[in-house]
Design a protein around this ligand. Sequence first.
Ligand code: NDP
Ligand code: OXD
Length: 313
Amino acid sequence: MDIIFYHPKANVDSWLQKLKQALPLARIRQWTEGDNHRADYALVWNPPVEVLRQREALKAVFVLGAGVDGILDKLKQCPDMLAKDVALYRLEDTGMAQQMQEYAVSQVLHWFRRFDDYQMQKIAGQWQPLPEYSHQEFTIGVMGAGVLGKKVAESLTIWGFPVRSWSRSKKAFQGITSYAGDDQLAAFLADTRVLINLLPNTPETKGILNKERLNQLAEGAYVLNLARGAHLIESDLLAALTSGKIKAAMLDVFATEPLPADSPLWGHPRIAITPHIAAMTHPSEAIAFIVETISIIEQGKEAGGKVSIIRGY
Ligand code: NDP
Ligand code: OXD
């Protein structure tokens, strides 16, 4: 079995070493320019078209992350990048759900216990206990109830917050109120105090966090964007922060990454920023998932993590 690997930023030697340990019988190589030899599988992140186009013997491509918007955008521009019979897989969880839970729980508790307000008071040298928030007025709304959204929503129920989710199809998760489809979006947003975005970036969800949607949230709501910068209209968020409709936001993803030095988001006192690290791909866990999936494919069975190119996630 031949496997090609391409990742523009990762430690390639370390990946190759781990892959060779996990698949000792496979021939595994890093893709380099001009390589047009056969490969059964391709493991990629943001690949140039040449990594996949007309690749002899290719059975499946593994995207080395959870989101597939990057590769699907490229496929739209170059439809011959992937032959119709080549399956596309993504990483499901592989340690990312726990990272998302840690991120979301720590930030929700930070806001709930008013540590943002106390930080402002500290800067002003003010000693002033503030009224407590109640769990009942802190409804958490998780957009996207897939592999990551479900786990994040579950981890917040434990703290006693009312938790709701929004997805395309209705869910029956214990302790979580499910809203589904465009018809129920307004009801989902109404009364949501903390909005956590874990949607995939598709033509339907692009720009979904806009003025109209932000205005439907509870007064003084909080926004946590953990999915993609393309979901959020940054200028609409800034306006909603100025009006007080939104009290604070924490953003891990941005319309342009790295976030440009002149972005007004940097200096905003009510916006916290992390550089797209909410959930990283951990090679060992990712490789375990890929090895298992290849074994299922080789047995001619259906494996999890298969992307629907038509659906866009
Ligand atoms: P999944 O594909 O498992 O879940 C996607 C969820 O979104 C599903 O519940 C789906 O509904 C819902 N959804 C999709 N389209 C719509 C729509 N039009 N309307 C309503 N709901 C919709 O994805 P993951 O949970 O694995 O990942 C989510 C995203 O998180 C990734 O696409 C990626 O962009 C982002 N991400 C960010 C990271 C970071 O470090 N910041 C790291 C990893 C991922 P249904 O269940 O009905 O299909
Ligand atoms: C991913 C990401 O999609 O890191 O995996 O954003």
